[in-house]
Every structure is written in C-alpha cells, then in structure tokens.
Design a binder for this molecule. Sequence first.
Ligand code: PBG
Length: 331
Amino acid sequence: MTGKYPNTRLRRTRANNWSRALHRENHLAPTDLIWPLFVTEGSGVEDPVATLPGVSRWSVDGIVARAKEAVDLGIPVIALFPNTPAEKRSDNGEEAHNPDNLMCRAIKAIKDACGDDIGVLTDVALDPYTSHGQDGLLNDAGYVLNDDTVASLVDQAINQAEAGADIIAPSDMMDGRIHAIRMALEMGNHHNVQIMSYAAKYASAFYGPFRDAVGSGGLLKGDKKTYQMDPANGDEALREVELDIAEGADSVMVKPGLAYLDIIYRVKQQFGVPVFAYQVSGEYAMIEAAQAAGIGDRDALLMEKLIAFKRAGCSGVLTYHAPVAARILNG
Ligand code: PBG
C-alpha cells in the first residue's frame, strides 16, 4: 500500500470492454469445435432424439447437409455415430466390419461432397452394433474379452479408414488397442489417418441420452465399469494417456468434460500433447434443461463451459452445441 491506495488494482484492466479483450488469456473459435452427429437409415429422414432437444438423427443425405453446414460455420471436424437398425445388431457386432454399413456410406458421401474441407472422425467401439449394447465381445459370463475385442476393433477401424475416415477415435477402453490399430493402419497404407484416443474415458452417468440416440440404451445389460474408468481415479488417467501416446495416438480425449477438468489440466501439464474434451450428451441435456426451466441462459452457460475447457488446456471440444457455439462466435 502507498498511503491509503493499493499498489495493484486488478480491477483496472477489467474496467472496459477493450481492456478486457486485450487481457483475455484464452480464446474460443469455431476451429476449436468438433460436432458429433448421429446417422440413421433411409433418405430425407430427420429423427429427433427425445432426450437431446435440438439434436436429430439424420439419414446420409441429411448428414452431408450437416457437413456442408459445418464447413460454412468454420467447424473443422465432424464425428459420426450410427444408429444401426435392430436387425443388423448381433452378439459380436459383425455389422461393424461391413464395408457398406451406415457409417461407411456416410463417410463416403461426406468425403465425396466436401473432400478435405472437413475432417471426419469415426468412433471405434462395438456398442452401436451389438445386441447387448456392450462395447466388445462377451464371454459366457458376460465379461468383455479384451484381446478378442481388440482384433474386432482393428477390423472396424480399417473398414472406416478404407471408407475415407480421417481420424479414428477408439472409445472402447480395451488395453492395447491403440498399438494394434496404429500397426494395422500403417500396414494398410493409411499412414496419415490419425488416431484420437478416448484415453481417459470414465464409466459415467452422463452418457444416457447418447445411448438413446444410437439405440443401445434399452439393450444394455449391466454397466461398463470393467473397462471404463472409475470416476474416483485421477492418477490412473495419466497412465492411460501415457500408454496411448506410446502406442501411437496423435491426440487424446478426456470424457466426460466438465466434471473432469482436473484430468484435462493434469494431462496437458504432464504430457503437453493435444487434449480434447468430450462435452457429452448428459452435459448438453443439462444446459438445455436449465434453459427450458428458466434457470439459466443457454448461450451464456454454454460459452462459459467451453472457455473453461480451453483454460484447462484443451485444443478443442467435442460438443453437440458446436453449431450453436459457432454461430455465436461468428456473430
Ligand atoms: C460408445 C460411446 C459412448 C459415447 C461415445 N462413444 C457411450 C458409452 O460409452 O456408453 C458417449 C457420448 C455421449 O454421451 O455424448 N463407446
């Protein structure tokens, strides 16, 4: 203190709009966003997801229209999730290997229409294809078998890469799958196909609406706690990330987002790799519910959460609000 005045007034730089802009430490742009989209069979179909107000499943033609919309909004990547028809789901999820499955048709149609103007990220896991809703192959006791599942995921990943996927995103949490997929991509001459691993993916209650959207929720027996992480654990997330980087991941993901900001921060501090947050379906639904209930302003809540991911160290965020956020950012 100099006399009765404080030496430092942190409020000084907050006093005006221009000064707040000048001192802003983190920035959000449409290029920070990845837009997850749900694909369904048919043509001209828009099928709203009841638990995700404002989100629909689109047939392939609609997905192409969304991809063009993303390009126009400046969103660099879209992520695809199929709602596989019930008759094509099976115990072992063989439809994941079909080169003409819904996912592959969507990838090809987007790449035909948009080329390199957009990156296509594809989820690798068996849950949209299995009749039991688990992400892998089960033994008689209902336990998800690790190594047999990895072999199946490798085929699924190659199938997606052959269709034109740019980023393979394994969300299954099997051990050793990043190495296996990377080797198969190399041997298959897909050297520049990236891997974004769901490295720290938690067994979360925030995935409910997603499971409705891909139609696996009603099928799922039990939970996914034998492969997805325990929400109580932080150090273990760093081990997961370390392994996935060593196995060849180009970037890593933490999922869900908001409840796991500490994990994002620790991963970025410790490894300095590109980290992405998945603001998952339950998080989207909570923001929409707050708006609908008159508890908060959707746009303000959304933008505050998105900048929090940047502040924690994220390179970008997967969010169903991507087009909403991009429109706000584009003014
Ligand atoms: C599938 C997968 C899930 C999500 C992304 N990929 C669900 C799950 O693990 O059960 C959740 C995404 C969301 O809730 O938005 N392996």
